[in-house]
Write a protein that binds this ligand. Structure first.
Ligand code: PCA
Length: 213
């Protein structure tokens, strides 16, 4: 049984690929201890798929990932909020506004990954990274919040969190828009650093990784 469950997302928003899934599947091909599962970019289906994957793989560590087009770095997320406010419809055409992920759930969950140590390890692997303090209000935040709620209520002792990744160069080349990008193998290197760091480090580094805005 794999120790680390990693998820990536299906393509959405008109993109032909999603680098989060491409990188996660590449890493799982490299590592026997990593299981990869693709989640649908659909509000109704993403959390049932995640719950199935948790039951099937019984991991000790879960790292969900998603594409954050426009970001220049790999960004471990610090906080998931109990809010859905979709800017665009999901892949099933649903566009919920101002809805909770879990009715009556806590306002937010913090990641249980050592995000500062993860950022340091990703940078040491030669990949740009920083801590992010918002995972947005779309399907990624829903999955991040739903993951932390599932772990808190049904999978005690399992640690988890979420990492957003930039567009790949192929996506940016196809769109012609001047946006930052990172190659899928380098994103996989970053996710490998996250898996290794989160597996071995339980207390995060006391270094500054905050933001003024
Ligand atoms: N990114 C979107 C949803 C799926 C994905 O890869 C997000 O950041 O919410």
């Amino acid at each position: 049984m794999a120790r680390v469950l990693m998820t990536g997302f299906a393509p959405f928003g008109g993109e032909p690929v999603n680098p989060s899934w491409q990188a996660v599947s590449l890493l799982a091909a490299r590592r026997d201890d990593v299981a990869a599962v693709e989640l649908p970019c659909e509000f109704a289906a993403s959390l049932p798929a995640l719950r199935r994957a948790l039951g099937e793989h019984r991991p000790s560590l879960v790292v969900c990932t998603g594409q954050a087009g426009g970001r220049a770095e790999v960004t471990p997320e610090r906080v998931a909020i109990n809010l859905i406010d979709a800017r665009i419809p999901d892949n099933a055409g649903a566009q919920p506004l101002d809805a909770p992920v879990v009715p009556d759930g806590p306002a937010a969950y913090f990641t249980t990954l050592p995000v500062k140590a993860c950022v340091a390890a990703i940078r040491a692997a030669g990949v740009p990274a920083s801590v992010s303090h918002t995972a947005g209000t779309y399907v990624c935040n829903q999955v991040f919040y739903g993951l932390m709620h599932l772990l808190a209520t049904e999978f005690p002792g399992v640690r988890g969190g979420f990492v957003h990744v930039p567009f790949s160069p192929e996506q940016v080349a196809a769109s012609g828009k001047p946006e930052p990008s990172l190659s899928v193998p380098r994103i996989a290197d970053a996710l490998e650093a996250v898996a290794d760091t989160a597996s071995s480090v339980t207390k995060d580094l006391p270094i500054s990784a905050g933001a003024e805005h």
